[in-house]
Design a protein around this ligand. Sequence first.
Ligand SMILES: [Zn+2]
Length: 369
Amino acid sequence: MGDTGAWRIRGRALPGGEPCDWFVRDGLLTAEPVAGAVDLLPVDSPAGDSWILPGLVDAHCHVGVGRGSVGTDINTATAQAVAERDAGVLLLRDAGVPVDTRALDQVPGLPRIIRAGQHLALPKRYMPALGLHLNDESELPDAVAAQARAGDGWVKLVGDWIDRGVGDLAPLWSPKVLKEAIGRAHDEGARVTAHVFGFDALPGLLDAGIDCIEHGAGLDAELIAQMRSQGTALVPTIINIASFPGIADGAGRYPVYAAHMRALHARNPEMLAMAIDAGLDLYAGTDAGGFIDHGRVVDEIEALSAAGLGNERALAAGSWAARRWLTGQDGLVEGARADLVAYASDPRVDLNVLRSPSHILLGGSLVGR
Ligand SMILES: [Zn+2]
C-alpha cells in the first residue's frame, strides 16, 4: 500500500503551528535524523510551509452499517473506511455496528477503529437490524459487561427512541438499571455513551455517570452544567440533526413524535450555543452509515465552527483533542506511529482547506488519493 519510506517531514504542526522537523523510521516518528530520508512535503515552497495534523477524527460513525441501516459485508465496510481515510480521518470511533469488522485491523492503510460493540436496545425500540434487542431491562447490566469486553473501551446504549405505544420519544431504561449497568462497564474499564434525541432519558443517564452523550438535542442549561461538572462529553452530530424534519415528515401515525422531532431540530442551535458557552467538551462525529455518507467529517467540523465554536476549537474537536479523548495520547510526538495528514495552508484560517489533504501517512506509508 503506497510508498513506505524513510521520510523527513518538515512543516508546521498543529496544534500550535510551530515549525516541526520529523523523521520516520520503521513507521514511527522520531526527531533523530535518519540517513537517506527523503522530504515528504515541499520545502522552501513559494506557497509557504505545509500544515500537519495528527489526522482528523470521526468520533461517531458506523463502518459496517449501510443504506437502510443494516449490517454490510466486509467489502462495503472496507470502502467506508477508505472514504473516511480519504477525508483525512485516521482515527474513528465506531458507535455501534451489527457485524464483526475486526478484519479491517489487519488491512494496511485504513484508519484506526475504536469499537463500541453492538447497540444495546429493547424490542421495537431501535432500528430492527441494528444492535442487541434485550428481552427486558433486567438483562442490561450483563449485556453491558459483555459488550465492554467485546469492544475497544466503549459501550453504546440506545437511550431513547420512539415508543409506539406512547406515540413519542421515550427512555428505554430506568435510572436504577442504568446505575448498575454503567457501573459494570466502568468496572470493566470501559466508557459508556448513549444515543439520546430528546430530554427525558438524559437525567437518568447523567445521574448514572455516563461518559458521553450522542446527539443530545434535548439538553438544557441545567443538564449541560451537570455534564460539565462530571466531565461528560457531547458528540452533537449536527449534520445528523439536520435530518430531523425529514424523520418528522415520515412519522405518519405519530404526530406528537413528529412535532417533538421538529421542535428538537428548531432548538438545536440554541442548545449548542449553551453547550459552547458552558465550555462543554464537544467532539466531531458524523453518524455516517445508514443514511449519512462516510467521509463527511469536514462538514461536521464546519458545522461546529458555525455553531459558535470557531475554527480552531472546531478543528481540535475533530482532530487533536478528540484523539486525546479517545486514546489518551497525542499524535505528533517522539515514538508515535507516523500517522499524519498534511495540507498546503493553515486550516484554522479556512476550514475548507481540510477538503484537500496533500499527503496522508498511515504507519509511515503514503496512502490515499
Ligand atoms: Zn449513530
